[in-house]
Structures are given as C-alpha cells and as structure tokens.
Design a protein around this ligand. Sequence first.
Ligand SMILES: [Zn+2]
Length: 267
Amino acid sequence: MEIDIRVLGCGAAAGVPMISSGWGACNPKNPKNNRLRSSLYANVDGVGLLFDTGPDLREQLLRMNAGSGDDRPVIDAIIYTHLHADHTDGVNELREINKLNNAALPIYADEPTMKSLKERFWYGFEQIDLATTPLFHVLLKENIIKPYCPFMVKGVEVKPFLQGHGYMDTLGFRIGDFAYSTDASSLDERALDTLSGVKVWVVGCLDYGYHPTHAGVEQILKWYELVKPDRIILTHMGNHLDYDELCAKLPENIRPAYDGMKIKIDN
Ligand SMILES: [Zn+2]
C-alpha cells in the first residue's frame, strides 16, 4: 500500500492569522505559520480521499494543482470527521469535482454529520441526471458510517474510531499505517487500540495546555507514549503555536504540519 498525504490546511477554526487576534505568538515572517482551515488529502494506491470540506476548500484544491488544469485533483470520496462549520462549509466547491468526475461524489459521515449536511446543503442531495441537465449545484451521494465499522472506498479499507470533542463526538480514521485525528480532546481504550502500530499519525493540537474540546501539546505527548507511532504531525493549530518554537520544544519525531506538507508512507 502506498499512501501519499497532503496537508491542505493545518489551522484551527479561524485559521492563522486570525481576524480577531492576528498572528498571536506566530512569527508572521515564516510562511509555515500561515494556516488555512484543517483538511487533509490522502491518495491511497491511486484512490483519492479528501478529509473534510472547510471554508478554504477552493484555495486548497487550486493549490493542489496550482490551477494548471493538467494535474487535476483525483477525489473519489469525501470523509467527514464531524459537522463543525470549519470542517464542512466549503461543500459547494465540490461542484468542480462533480464536473471532473462527471458523477455524484460519495460522501462518508456519521449520522449527526450527515443530518447536519442534509439540513444545510439539502440541494446537494437532490440528484439530477447529468446526461440531460446542466450541473447547477453540488451533487453528493450519502454513505452513513459508524465508529469501529470499517468501510471500503474503491478497494481501500478505512477504519473509523470514536473521539471525544468536549460536548460531542468526532471520528478519527485509520488507513493502513496512517491515521488522522483532528478535533479530539479524549481517546478511549478502543480508539487507542485502533491506533496501535500506526506509523504516521496526524493529530489536531490547538494550543500548549488544556482546552475542553481539543488536545494540546501536553495531551499529545501523553498519547505519543501510549501509541508510540514513528511520527506525529500536528494539525488544527491556533495562533499560540509558532512553527519554529514548536520544532525547538518537541521531540524530533513530533513535528508541526504546514499547509502543503507532503508525507509518503509505504507499507
Ligand atoms: Zn470541531
């Protein structure tokens, strides 16, 4: 199995810089501190999986192919971590992927997330016949998923696991030796078991200390001891986390992500 990861965005809900508080502790001169909202792309043996569709999706997909049109993004399915706006609000941009694929796009989400998507973007679930009707809105095909019930996307097995996100739950996902866990403040025994043996784990980290709905650096270091992956890559970072400062403070195999970061995993 060959997995090519691209971190499309590694910022928290408001991105960095933030409209309210600017760059915070982040050095504005370091382009690695300029963070779009969190999203991640995984190409697994040619199958393209996009995790979440945040409000920066258009910019993120353009950056993937530099707008050239000759290296267009391969997206076979969208996998949602949860329903929050910073992870879902770019859904209308998927109409461009509908055009590329000339088909409705399969989306995978748990029940509460699907319900929220259907309430807010109801038109995306009304199917139109592409052979006879112009594509005038995004076209989605729903697939409900549950934690600990693995599902297949074009032959790729995806294992969802449950994460605590303060007052609600989110889903983390494992594919082969890779796992993605954003917006998690707690992981139970079963989730940690699912992560066991993972090589590269991309994990949401909002700040240094405690936060009721997100892990911070302290919590990540505890998880690192329990899961012992080869590498942890931090994402969903707020403006208290400067790239160079994090690199100086953390062990070498725990690194902050930056937008556009590429990671290759061969099993
Ligand atoms: Zn969230």
